[in-house]
Design a protein around this ligand. Sequence first.
Ligand code: UN1
Length: 514
Amino acid sequence: MSDASPINVPSLRAEARDILAKLGVPAGRFAESGLPARSPVTGEVLTHVAPVDAAAATTAIEAAHDAFLAWRSVPAPKRGELVRLFGEELRAHKAELGRLVSIEVGKVTSEGLGEVQEMIDICDFAVGLSRQLYGLTIATERPDHRMMETWHPLGVVGIISAFNFPVAVWSWNAALALVCGNAIVWKPSEKTLLTALATEAIFAKALARFAADGNAVPKGLSAVLTGDRAIGEVLVDHPKVPLVSATGSTAMGRQVGPKLAARFARSILELGGNNAAIVCPSADLDLTLRGVAFAAIGTAGQRCTTLRRLFVHESVYDALLPRLKSAYGSVKVGNPLENGVLVGPLIDAGAYEKMQGALDAARALGASVTGGERVAAADEAFYVRPALVEIGRQEGPVEQETFAPILYVMKYSEFEEALALHNGVPQGLSSSIFTNDLREAELFLSARGSDCGIANVNIGPSGAEIGGAFGGEKETGGGRESGSDAWKGYMRRATNTLNYGRTLPLAQGVTFDV
Ligand code: UN1
């Protein structure tokens, strides 16, 4: 541990409790012997949350199913009105919720607030969508017939979310699921129960306003299950949950995906990423430096979309690397609630140990590591300097997602070789190319280019806006959430054929005269 700049943060317990009280989280949600809610900023336990047991989880799922039976008949634009009110409540409580995200996850202030902005954005998107759940009219081969496609609500949507975007990712799913006519049951990460309860309280304000405007609110429309993995399993196994959208590690997806498939339920999986960028000879290096630094160091490397691998062309390697190293050396690591700090803590000791394990493995392969050391703070708070790892080959830890600020840098000479390495890992979430060469940029975006769900030019791989579909291929799980037509994943499609004639012509020229 280096004592160069010790990080001393005063207790955040009183402030966290104040925010929870102010937002109206019911006292019954807390219990002295319950699940500990910690802050990675100080390492302290902020409070304890009452756990939900399997029986209560089942009751909540069944209530959500009953709520769905009523909610599906509410006109979609009216459902959108509830989400509009939720967006208003989020605007009104952005400061408190953003602050709580920073306290509970350790995000710097602007990223804590940005997370709530992402929630507001998806609410706006979903409100518009509530008047656009379009189906098709399809040409039919039969005279006096009409064929069309309609989209119907699906049922109870289970949402399993990760600690790193503790509320935004829930809102991507919740806002769409609600306008699509579904009920929602949420199993948040055990590491971020307080932001989940705060979000539930803010949603309750929207529900109260919706009811006060004279709308019927089905009881149980939205539930939060505070519990461990066993509670997540109740959600995954329940026959009245036709869809589970799960965000987290590939290991989690390997558990959840097959269980859902076995009962023919749907899944939307957003799992591990091992995102890369290629820096080409023509790259604008000033822009590249900023893009790489934000994507690799931001959020202390704890985004699914964090930049983890960098392929730099040999002609610009010596121009870029010293600048990058100096950015790594000077970036301020510390109390994320303080102005000017860009890197907050890792979520917990486990994350720190995994980071050190990956760095040790890289060193054993001959890599040269700059940074990565722990910065002195309270025993239970884990602050690290971001690590820049120059490594000769893509192997070992480079092929895995380590949820920490480690950037593996590799030199390349041929574009095709860099592209092959770029795609040569099991994950496929997000990707970038920095180039001013049209051919390289277009090739990267083409069918022969990046194999990821997100591919960017002259922008880092992280920090996507909600309008696009979010998700990735291969071990990332294949699911898409948020924008574009991701809403279709939350509805069931029906093909309808209607005969307005007086005869019954059969398709394919089949005759059947009785
Ligand atoms: C995640 O890390 O799970 O694109 C989501 C981004 C954010 C969302 C990340 N909008 O980095």
